[in-house]
Design a protein around this ligand. Structure first.
Ligand code: C2E
Ligand code: MG
Ligand code: MG
Length: 608
């Protein structure tokens, strides 16, 4: 081979290897290309890259390991050679083993490279021509590493950013948008609706009895139910509609583009609401059990004359959600498992409700409540007992009936303190008139206990603390509860009742027949008496259906040794109907309306 040809050959090898460096920012790919070309052009048996291990405790102790390890390319002997070489102050060495020549080259700040050639050594001139390549290779390897670090850092940051974004705008349990995302979507929907004259709707959806399910079956069942419900609700809506979870069991749905007229918007919203109510007609199958639930849905349409368009879009969005919430609240407290469109009258009611709540605090502080007493009579018409009924005259609101303020007090929790006040005041009155009881004019005075009051954790202790301030026999008092208390948890209701019964404090089941009317409650709850609801008594002399029901309740009560009380007798015909019946007491306007304390105190001594 002529000198010229050889020189050209060396230049071409040098050129080809140089061209494989820096072609790719992927370190593996770049090195692989370099090694493949070197193997081919230099007729090598093997070519291996060794990478410096991360620096160990002792800096001088640099370990190397094969970078592109293949079992037949490397061996312990070679690794040892590389390790020794890394400590030598030279750029390259050649080692011989068997009939192989091993050439080791340093790649500064990266590692080393080994070329193995069988039988014949590499020409010195070629070796010299190769040397500058390793410097360039070192620079390229560094660039690849830095690039890789940057890519890793960016993808890490992106992952963190994505995580943050999801947490900010998504509900973790269901993966639905949260309130924040909902607000953004609602504002843009409102803006769109105003620009294009299209109707839209906001649904406030609340799961009925969710708390009961969560408390009795456990949070994991509650969570599973929410996830299940989410996918069912999603199946009722279009892809562009927004379904968000905004509270424990509260969802908000936004529907856009549901028509150009209010009539068509109502039609479309009704269809969606009907579909949703249909979802809970059957039980919902979960992994460990099946549960029954239903929805209460409040719907507010937009645009609406009840929205203040002079306010900002954000304010209007808030107002709309509030309207849907008010409608939901209303339906939840009337029928449940139903939907209701928001109307202005609902807003008036809601404002009144929050006013009542505020004034109740004042009433409690200033003792603005009054006890009224409604006597109960026996079949012969003689007074035997009385029920305490709360009355409230507020400076601003005037007379507010218990039907209006008791539910509000229940919800805001004030009922607990109000109930304690009623109990103490009743005890004071009893202790001042023990003669009524001693002379047989009264057997007991009953007070109403609301479900919330009954189920709060310290109910028994609080009742005992108050009644033990007084020395009269506790059987002079009786507590009226409704079926609602047993609904929550019958075993705990039985436990609470027994804890007071041992102190001679007895219970009466009020409004029986108006609620769930489970006859098994009559049997299971340790009751002294049962009060048949007014709705069965009204016009009983003319209504044979009600006669059958009332007679059945009286019969069952007898069987369970319960005293039967009838409430709501308004006419003499109704009274006559009960003449021959086995009832312990009768209560109603026909005999007495609830009397203020002064009138009640005057009435009793006058009785025979
Ligand atoms: P309730 O315990 O069933 O009380 C009987 C209600 O029926 C009373 O209404 C009474 O005035 C009314 N009533 C009695 N006889 C007749 C009648 O012949 N005809 C008609 N139409 N009504 C009659 P009121 O006083 O408005 O109380 C309503 C409800 O408010 C009570 O129903 C009770 O659930 C609740 N409530 C009243 N006072 C208290 C209280 O101190 N604590 C609690 N937790 N609830 C109370
Ligand atoms: Mg009552
Ligand atoms: Mg009642």
């Amino acid at each position: 081979m002529s000198e010229m040809t050889r020189t050209l050959q060396i230049i071409s090898i040098q050129h080809e290897l140089a061209m494989s460096i820096g072609l790719d920012l992927n370190l593996d790919k770049m090195l692989q290309l370099f090694l493949d070309r070197a193997k081919k052009r230099l007729s090598l048996r093997s070519a291996v890259v060794f990478k410096e291990a991360p620096r160990s405790r002792n800096d001088s102790d640099i370990l190397c390991y094969p970078f592109n390890h293949r079992p037949d390319d490397t061996n312990d002997w070679l690794t040892e050679q590389v390790y020794e070489f890394s400590h030598l102050n030279v750029q390259s060495v050649c080692r011989q083993r068997g009939d192989s020549y091993y050439y080791l080259f340093k790649i500064p700040k990266f590692g080393a490279i080994s070329f193995e050639r069988k039988r014949t050594p590499i020409d010195d001139i070629v070796l010299n021509a190769l040397m500058p390549l390793f410097g360039r290779l070192a620079v390229s390897c560094q660039a690849c590493l830095e690039h890789q670090n940057l890519v890793d850092e960016i993808s890490n940051r992106k992952a963190v950013e994505e995580q943050l974004r999801l947490q900010t705008y998504q509900d973790v349990l269901t993966g639905l948008p949260n309130r924040k995302m909902l607000n953004i979507n609602l504002q843009s929907l409102l803006t769109n609706a105003q620009q294009h004259g299209q109707y839209g709707a906001v649904f406030f959806i609340d799961l009925d009895r969710f708390k009961l399910i969560n408390d009795t079956l456990g949070h994991s069942v509650g969570d599973e139910l929410l996830i299940n419900i989410t996918s069912k609700l999603k199946a009722c809506i279009r892809r562009d509609d927004t379904l968000a979870r905004v509270g424990g069991d509260e969802f908000i749905l936004l529907l856009g583009d549901i028509g150009q007229t209010e009539q068509s918007a109502v039609g479309k919203a009704t269809k969606v609401a009907d579909k949703m109510l249909g979802l809970t007609r059957d039980s919902i199958e979960l992994s460990r059990c099946a549960v029954f639930t239903s929805f209460s849905i409040g719907i507010a349409l937009f645009p609406s004359p009840e929205l203040n368009v002079n306010k900002s879009i954000a304010e209007q969005a808030k107002q709309l959600i509030k309207h849907a919430d008010i409608a939901m609240y209303k339906i939840k407290h009337t029928s449940r498992n139903d939907y209701l469109f928001y109307r202005h009258e609902l807003q008036v009611m809601s404002t009144f409700r929050s006013e009542v709540e505020q004034r109740l605090h004042v009433a409690l502080r200033e003792e603005a409540f009054e006890l009224y007493f409604q006597p109960m009579v026996n079949v012969a018409g003689g007074v035997v007992a009385a029920e305490v009924l709360l009355r409230w005259h507020d400076e601003k609101l005037g007379w507010v009936g218990p039907q209006e303020f008791i539910p509000v007090a229940e919800e805001c929790g004030l009922i607990v303190e109000i109930g304690q006040w009623v109990l103490r005041q009743t005890c004071v009155l009893i202790s001042q008139h023990l003669d009524w009881f001693a002379e047989g004019k009264l057997r007991y005075i009953s007070i109403n206990i609301s479900p919330r009051q009954f189920s709060q954790p310290h109910f028994v202790a609080q009742v005992l603390e108050i009644i033990e301030e007084f020395t009269f026999p506790h059987s002079y008092l009786r507590l009226e509860i409704t079926e609602g208390v047993a609904m929550e948890n019958i075993n705990s209701a039985i436990y609470i009742m027994n804890a007071l019964i041992v102190h001679e404090l007895f219970f009466m089941l009020d409004d029986f027949g108006s609620g769930y009317s489970s006859l098994s409650y009559l049997h299971q709850l340790p009751l002294k008496s049962v009060k048949i609801d007014r709705s069965f008594v009204s016009k009983i002399d003319q209504n044979t259906d009600n006669q059958v029901i009332v007679e059945a309740i009286i019969y069952i009560s007898q069987h369970f040794s319960l005293e039967c009380v009838v409430e709501g007798i308004e006419t003499s015909d109704e009274y006559v109907y009960f003449h021959e019946k086995d009832v312990a007491a009768i209560q109603g306007f026909h005999f007495f309306k609830p009397l203020p304390v002064g009138a009640f105190v005057k009435l009793l001594p006058s009785l025979g």
